[in-house]
Design a protein around this ligand. Structure first.
Ligand code: PRP
Length: 181
């Protein structure tokens, strides 16, 4: 394990198996339809790349970048669009792909924003869910793992832009973020 980790929460193997199951579930729900997968940059990029390889329906990608976190382990509450989608989603079956739902502020904002663009359907798929931290309601359709209220990094998730490339998800040792905050 990386020396900044307190413990491994989800091994590479556990993630691989669950992501495959999620892809299969999405495939059976979406049979016969084209899906537009909207990845929320940057955290969701690794999950999205693995997930779409288990989706057996025509899948298209687009990306949106939003930010609600600065150099901190908790949400400031303000959501900003840093990079918008490249294409219209009107009439498309959209699957939002997210790495983690924490306070829910990011997705609560994004769902309202994307709904106003008139997609045919809009569903949310997240790898991780921390329901104990919720401040805004979010209806999650596909959830990989419910996790406790600990700061996790790896498999796309960062702290201060570090650790995204770890193949597993670990709990960050609090001494690491206490130095920065
Ligand atoms: C993280 C994460 C989610 C969001 C979840 O993104 O990737 O998008 O926060 O938090 P919330 O439910 O409290 O809104 P972040 O803003 O850190 O950007 P990143 O994906 O580039 O790491």
């Amino acid at each position: 394990m990386h020396p900044d980790g307190k413990k491994i929460l989800l091994t590479e193997e556990a993630i691989r198996l669950r992501v495959r199951e999620m892809g299969e579930e999405i495939s059976s729900d979406c049979a016969g339809r084209e899906i537009l997968c909207v990845g929320i940059l940057k955290g969701a990029m690794i999950f999205l790349a693995d997930l779409v390889r288990h989706i057996r329906a025509p899948a298209f990608f687009d990306f949106i970048a939003v930010s609600s976190y600065g150099v901190s382990t908790s949400s400031s509450g303000a959501v900003r669009i840093l990079k918008d989608l490249d294409q219209s989603i009107q009439g498309r079956h959209v699957l939002i792909v997210e790495d983690i739902v924490d306070s829910g502020l990011t997705l609560n904002y994004l769902v309202e924003n994307l709904k106003s663009r008139a997609p045919a359907s809009l569903k949310i798929c997240t790898l991780l869910d921390k329901p104990s931290r919720r401040k805004a309601p979010v209806e999650v359709h596909y959830n990989g793992f419910v996790i406790p209220d600990e700061f996790v990094v790896g498999y796309g998730l960062d702290f201060n832009e570090c650790y995204r490339n770890l193949p597993y998800i670990m709990v960050l040792d609090p001494s690491v973020y206490r130095k920065v905050e």
